[in-house]
Design a protein around this ligand. Structure first.
Ligand SMILES: *[C@@H]1O[C@H](CO)[C@@H](O)[C@H](O)[C@H]1NC(C)=O
Length: 271
């Protein structure tokens, strides 16, 4: 697992850059922000990101997330996940806050099980578990791809990643797929490009590259440009949001993305 070692070392500085006051103040520029995080006894070894304001009558989709290096520190991508939460999402990272060690794809499936079991109840009254995106960064992206066969998952996001073992599995992917890659210097670039090319012709997909390398911009404020692409994809696919669509069809140009799409006009967003 090449991305494993590389991404772990790339992310080694992240814990230090995610101080406790990131949680105290929260983050994200969305209407329901700041996004903050917490843990739940009923979902050990995970970190749950939520908006701090009620979303009112707006239902909250769910993002299940795998960290770079398959790191079990659920704060690894705190900038991105607080940002997503601030837009009215429940985002569940595999791994507890500050946890050591590694995650597995099964832990992401556990996030899905938990979201389905808790949606509509208590603190999660607004959560809509019919809107689930599985995504992850580097090794975490491989965990996310493994969820595509799960009928509860609507879309997957492959961030600086691509299949490692079963390299032709993408020929059978039949749900909308987002690829966010860091250009030719991204160690996962070739795998991500290969998987995009392997998609069936009628599988909607959007692939963007910016030349920032494997680490992308996820540690920038609100996840930077990578965060923007992920948020706009989720907003369009899970909420049929016009602004999300506008970014994916045109707005991305101002951010310097090199974009290719497959069957994008066949994408049927969820209302
Ligand atoms: C790839 O293979 C692994 C190991 O067999 C499996 O767990 C995973 O679900 C597969 N991924 C995809 C996308 O099919």
């Amino acid at each position: 697992m090449k991305f494993n070692a590389i991404a772990i070392s790339a992310l080694a500085g992240v814990a230090a850059a995610s101080p406790v006051d990131t949680r105290q103040n929260g983050g994200g520029d969305g209407p329901f922000g700041p996004g903050t995080y917490k843990t739940e006894g009923s979902l050990q070894q995970h970190t749950i990101y939520m908006p701090s304001k009620t979303t009112g009558s707006t239902k909250m989709p769910v993002l299940v997330w795998g960290n770079g290096g398959c790191s079990a520190d659920g704060r690894s991508n705190v900038q991105l996940l607080q940002q997503i939460a601030s837009y009215g999402y429940l985002a569940i990272s595999s791994g507890g806050p500050g946890q050591q060690g590694s995650t597995t794809a099964k832990m992401m499936t556990d996030s899905i099980d938990w979201a389905v079991a808790n949606a509509g109840k208590g603190d999660y009254a607004n959560v809509d578990a019919t809107k689930i995106m599985a995504a992850g960064f580097s090794c975490g992206g491989v965990e996310a791809m493994a969820q595509i066969w799960d009928s509860r998952v609507a879309t997957i996001g492959v961030i600086s990643s691509g299949l490692l073992d079963n390299q032709t599995a993408a020929t059978h992917f039949n749900k909308p797929v987002l690829f966010v890659l860091g250009g030719e210097s991204d160690i996962a670039y070739a795998n991500g490009e290969r998987d995009y090319k392997n998609l069936p012709a009628n599988t909607p997909s959007w692939k963007g590259n910016i030349n920032v390398g494997h680490g992308g911009t996820l540690n920038d404020q609100n996840g930077g440009k990578f965060g923007k692409a992920i948020l706009n994809w989720a907003q369009y696919v899970l909420h049929a949001d016009d602004k999300g669509k506008a970014y994916l069809t045109d707005g991305y140009k101002a951010d310097g993305w090199a974009v290719e799409t497959h069957a994008f006009d066949q994408l049927k967003p969820q209302a």
